[in-house]
Every structure is written in structure tokens, then in C-alpha cells.
Design a protein around this ligand. Structure first.
Ligand SMILES: *[C@@H]1O[C@H](CO)[C@@H](O)[C@H](O)[C@H]1NC(C)=O
Ligand SMILES: *[C@@H]1O[C@H](CO)[C@@H](O)[C@H](O)[C@H]1NC(C)=O
Ligand SMILES: *[C@@H]1O[C@H](CO)[C@@H](O)[C@H](O)[C@H]1NC(C)=O
Length: 548
């Protein structure tokens, strides 16, 4: 009896402590009172909203909602329902005709639901696609500069809100090798002496030592899980380049192909010396910028044939025969509409290039080409991963504003793009600058853009834009190792959606409503159980379901 009392008290205490531990700090909202904008969440040394992932118990689910109307990771809970009508439970695994969809759609008679505001999806946990690597953001010089302007306590808040267990749990970082446009000046490693093919004077920059490495180390420290790092060169030392300039039309001089491969190896060595392991390198950021020189910043051009030659003759052997032989090599690192140009061009020059590369990196800007292109590339090279390595809003010439504080529209663009990519075999999605100033900089080439976090040093605070929560609806709930599963539509109406099976065996569904009206959603789990919920106008929901 006494033992039982003790254990009961134990359970009571445990429940109590769990309840306390899972109490999240809500978004401290600031309404900008600008027509058409959503709210932002404000953080400082003493306060920052947190998000804890709740473990759904058997037969239950947890829903997280963010919306234009101001919700940020709002939690709700539910129980999976059983189908009562036997006829409804009949298994229909084949594709349905529109007529059948019409007949099935009026699933909720006697309510306000019609075929025009109802979406029905069926989740197939046994139809599996790619395994997810993760989500993250980039430690640029600009991110480091803004971050370092905050007090130490606020710096910790910013790192925790991205990487910590009560934050977005990011597990990827991308870092430029030397300078990019998001630096105060253009620079490379080993600029002098001229024509130093042996790289005898290679050394990291002040920016590495005082901005990027400290920010990376604090992020790795805050994260509960492994954070993988991807590094990319924008431009090598200008003596390696045909135009001997940091920007414009320029490629690597043939005699420096090996030096440019060694440049990457030296970077891996220098970062390893300070205990930062690089998981992957890309084969140069946006190689088109040194071929079609429109971008006014650090660049290096590769034609597909040149890129294949360099990978086969120099970069591939250099990395594979080094102590860093397990470093992944990701090719292209450029826009979706250039994928075929580079992939097919490299195949033509030398298919051996694909023996050295582990995947293809893709950027976000001007996604004119259909996302189906990604699936085509995956089918061509089924063993290679596709990874999205850079994205930001406000970068295009037609964007009226570089920074648009509180714009839900920008979160919506992120969500749509992530869903398109992941539904076409992309394994992860990495955002650009982790934080920027209120004008979207610094950027030496005046290429200012937006970011999920904007820093206000004079107030020692930062604000979180809707894009921050867009990223979190994925990064927080789709852990590395999750596998995308089939979510097949069984209604006339459609919304943007995706589904995963997590390593713990839960189903995670993400639903995005771009419409001006609420939608009634029904998720069929197997043949006899379902979940029904309302997806409000301009909102995103992540639903974690314990189906067991
Ligand atoms: C080596 O690089 C540093 C800058 O990092 C420069 O000041 C120095 O002059 C270079 N040494 C030689 C021999 O060029
Ligand atoms: C990779 O490098 C490590 C460390 O130098 C070495 O032990 C290992 O055998 C290498 N692996 C391959 C496949 O070459
Ligand atoms: C249907 O009605 C319910 C209850 O009145 C409401 O909560 C829900 O938002 C409505 N659904 C739609 C799609 O309008």
C-alpha cells in the first residue's frame, strides 16, 4: 500500500513537472498596423517565444497552427475517429474518377461543408519516397555582424530560437567559404602572393574567427541533434580567374584548376582545426553568375563541361584521396531552371563526374520552371540527393520592397516552395541569412534582401517574421530520417499538402491553405480511421499523429 502511494505521488509529480516543462512562452506580438501585413514576434534578452513539440499519445494527434490572422504555433489536440459506416470503410486504393470524388466528398452531411470547401486526403504509410535530411539557415558575415551587435543574453535567445530544443531545432547550416555579397567587402583566402598555386599563404579571415565560427559554435552547442554544415565558394582569389576580378564574366584559369580544388581542401582543414566538421561542399555558388554576369557580386562561372572536367580531374580526386574523403560534393548550386542545362551538360562532357558527386544543390529564385523538373532529375540520377541550399524573399528585381516586415505573403512563398521541392524528392531546405538588419544588410554589393529574423541593436531586440514560422512548421516536426509518404487526394478540391513518417513512427502532415476561405479537411488513416479539421484561410497546420 505504501509503495503504491509513493508511486502515485511519483506519477503526480511527474505529470506536474511535464506540464510545467511544456508550458510555452507565446509570441510577444507587435502589430505593425500596416495594411496587408501580419504580426511579428518580438524577442529580447528577457523574453522570446518558445515552441515545444508535444508527443501525441496512442490514437491521438497534436496540431500546430500559424496564420496570417496572427496565430503562431497555436496548439490543439484531438483523437483519431473511427469510421462508423461500414460502406465508407471499403478500401479504394486505386485512383478515383472525378465522379467518384464528387460522390465521396459530401462526407459531412448536415454541416456547412460542400464539395467546394472540402478536401479529403488519404495517407498511405506504406508508399514511401525520399528520406529527409533536414532544414536550416546560413551563417553569413552579415548574419554574424547583426548577431554580434546584440547583448550576450539576446545573442543566446537568437541562437536558441533557431537551434534549441524549444526553438525550431534547425539541423543544417550553410556557410560561405570566404566572402559573399553579404559581407562588408569582397575578399577571399590567399589573395596574396599573386599566382600562388601552392596556396602557401592560405588563412582564414577575421570574419571566420570573430563572426562565423563563433555563431556556428554557439549553434552546434545549442542544438540537441547533429547540425550538418554545407560550405560554398562564391569567388576564389582573383588571380585564379580569367577576368582577374571578384565579379563579372570569369572562370577558373586552366592552370589553376588544381589550386581551386586544393582551396576547398585547405578550407576543410582549417575548419577541422577548430573542430568544425563540414558535411558537404558545393561546387561553387551559382556558377551561372560568372557566365551571364548580371549579378553584381562575388561570382565564378562554370560552363557545364568545365564543371564536369574540374570535378573529374581535380575536385573529386582531391577530396576522395584526402582525410576529408567523406565530405559530400553537391553540384550545380543554382536555380531550378538551370538544372537540365548543368546536369545534361555534365553528363555529355564526362559521366564520371557523377561518380564523384553525391547530389545536386538547388536555389530558390525565380522558380519559373515547374517543380516536376526535380523529379525528372531524381529519376535520371536515383542515387543522388537533391538539396535546396539557398532561399530568400525580396531578392528579385520586381520585388518592390527588400524587407517587408510582417508579410505573410513571404511566409506563403516559402511554404509553397518547400512543399513543391519536398514533393519532388528534395531532402532538405536551407534558408539564406539567419538574421539581417532592418534594411536587409549589410551587403557590399547593395543586394539587400529579407530574412526570417531582423535585428534592432539599439533596442537590443530582434523580431521574427512570418517566414520564421513557415520554416518551423517543417524543421521542428519533420526530424532527420523522416520519410515522405503518399497523401493521395480524394476530393475535387485541393490544398497544398505533404505527409511523412517520422523515425519514431508518427505521421506528420503539413497542410497549407492559400485561399481566402476556410477549408474542411478530412485525413483518412488506413481504411477505418480519420481526422477532421478546419484549415482556416491563409494558414498552415502541422499535424503529428500517433496512429498506433
Ligand atoms: C599573406 O596574406 C596576408 C593577408 O592575409 C598578407 O598581408 C600578406 O602580405 C601575404 N603574404 C605574402 C607573402 O604575400
Ligand atoms: C577516408 O579517410 C580516412 C582517414 O584518413 C581513412 O581511414 C579511410 O580509409 C578513408 N576511406 C576511404 C574510402 O578511402
Ligand atoms: C463550418 O462551421 C463550423 C461551425 O460553425 C466552423 O467552425 C467552420 O469554420 C465552418 N467551416 C467552413 C469551411 O466554413
Amino acid at each position: 500500500m505504501a509503495v503504491r502511494m509513493v508511486s502515485l505521488i511519483g506519477i503526480a509529480l511527474l505529470t506536474l513537472s511535464l506540464t510545467i516543462a511544456e508550458e510555452d512562452l507565446p509570441c510577444r506580438t507587435r502589430d505593425l498596423e500596416i495594411e496587408g501585413r501580419s504580426i511579428v514576434c518580438v524577442c529580447d534578452a528577457n523574453y522570446c517565444d518558445t515552441i515545444t513539440r508535444e508527443e501525441p499519445s496512442s490514437g491521438n494527434y497534436v496540431v500546430y497552427t500559424s496564420s496570417d490572422s496572427g496565430k503562431r504555433f497555436e496548439k490543439s489536440f484531438g483523437e483519431i475517429q473511427n469510421v462508423v459506416n461500414y460502406a465508407e470503410s471499403l478500401d479504394i486504393d486505386r485512383e478515383q474518377t472525378p465522379k467518384e470524388m464528387l460522390e465521396e466528398s459530401d462526407f459531412d452531411e448536415g454541416t456547412n461543408s460542400t464539395i467546394w470547401n472540402s478536401v479529403r486526403l488519404r495517407l498511405f504509410t506504406n508508399t514511401r519516397y525520399q528520406t529527409i535530411e533536414g532544414f536550416g539557415g546560413s551563417v553569413t558575415d552579415a548574419a554574424g555582424i547583426n548577431w554580434r551587435k546584440l547583448s550576450d543574453a539576446t545573442q543566446t535567445q537568437l541562437i536558441n530560437t533557431y537551434f534549441g530544443p524549444k526553438g525550431l531545432e534547425y539541423n543544417f547550416i550553410r556557410v560561405p567559404i570566404a566572402g559573399a555579397d553579404f559581407s562588408t567587402h569582397p575578399y577571399t583566402y590567399n589573395e596574396m602572393p599573386w599566382n600562388d598555386g601552392a596556396l602557401s599563404n592560405f588563412s582564414l579571415s577575421e570574419e571566420d574567427l570573430f563572426l562565423k565560427l563563433p555563431m556556428i559554435k554557439r549553434s552546434l552547442h545549442a542544438a540537441k541533434h547533429e547540425v550538418k554544415i554545407i560550405a560554398s565558394t562564391w569567388s576564389p582569389p582573383i588571380w585564379m580567374k580569367t577576368n582577374e576580378r571578384i565579379t563579372g564574366f570569369g572562370q577558373v584559369k586552366r592552370e589553376f584548376y588544381q589550386a581551386y580544388a586544393d582551396y576547398h581542401l585547405r578550407f576543410l582543414e582549417e575548419y577541422a582545426k577548430v573542430n568544425v566538421k563540414i558535411w558537404a561542399i558545393t561546387t561553387t555558388n551559382e556558377p551561372i553568375n560568372g557566365i551571364v554576369p548580371i549579378a553584381p557580386f562575388n561570382s565564378l562561372g562554370w560552363m557545364p563541361s568545365q564543371l564536369a572536367r574540374w570535378i573529374v580531374d581535380n575536385l573529386g580526386p582531391t577530396i576522395r584521396n584526402s582525410p576529408f574523403n567523406d565530405t559530400l560534393i553537391l553540384a550545380v548550386d543554382d536555380q531550378r531552371y538551370l538544372l537540365h542545362f548543368y546536369v545534361i551538360g555534365m553528363e555529355r562532357e564526362d559521366p564520371k563526374a557523377f561518380d564523384y558527386i553525391d547530389g545536386i544543390a538547388i536555389h530558390y529564385y525565380g522558380n519559373f520552371a515547374p517543380a516536376q523538373l526535380l523529379t525528372d532529375i531524381q529519376n535520371r540520377h536515383p542515387k543522388k540527393i537533391l538539396l535546396s541550399t539557398e532561399a530568400c524573399e525580396g531578392a528579385m528585381p520586381w520585388d518592390a520592397m527588400r524587407v517587408e516586415i510582417g508579410a505573410w505573403r513571404r511566409a506563403r512563398n516559402y511554404i509553397t516552395s518547400i512543399l513543391q521541392d519536398l514533393n519532388n524528392f528534395v531532402v532538405g531546405w536551407i534558408d539564406w541569412n539567419l538574421c539581417l538588419s532592418e534594411t536587409g544588410g549589410p551587403n557590399w554589393a547593395n543586394n539587400f534582401v529579407d530574412a526570417p529574423i531582423l535585428v534592432f541593436p539599439e533596442k537590443d531586440e530582434f523580431i521574427k517574421n512570418p517566414m520564421f514560422y513557415a520554416m518551423g512548421h517543417f524543421s521542428k516536426f519533420v526530424p532527420r530520417g523522416s520519410i515522405r509518404i503518399l497523401a493521395s487526394r480524394r476530393s475535387i478540391m485541393t490544398i497544398e499538402n505533404i505527409a511523412f513518417l517520422t523515425p519514431a513512427g508518427n505521421i506528420v502532415v503539413i497542410l497549407h491553405n492559400r485561399n481566402n476561405r476556410d477549408m474542411n479537411i478530412r485525413l483518412d488513416i488506413g481504411t477505418t480511421r480519420f481526422i477532421q479539421l478546419v484549415l482556416e484561410a491563409h494558414s498552415i497546420k502541422t499535424i503529428e499523429i500517433n496512429q498506433n
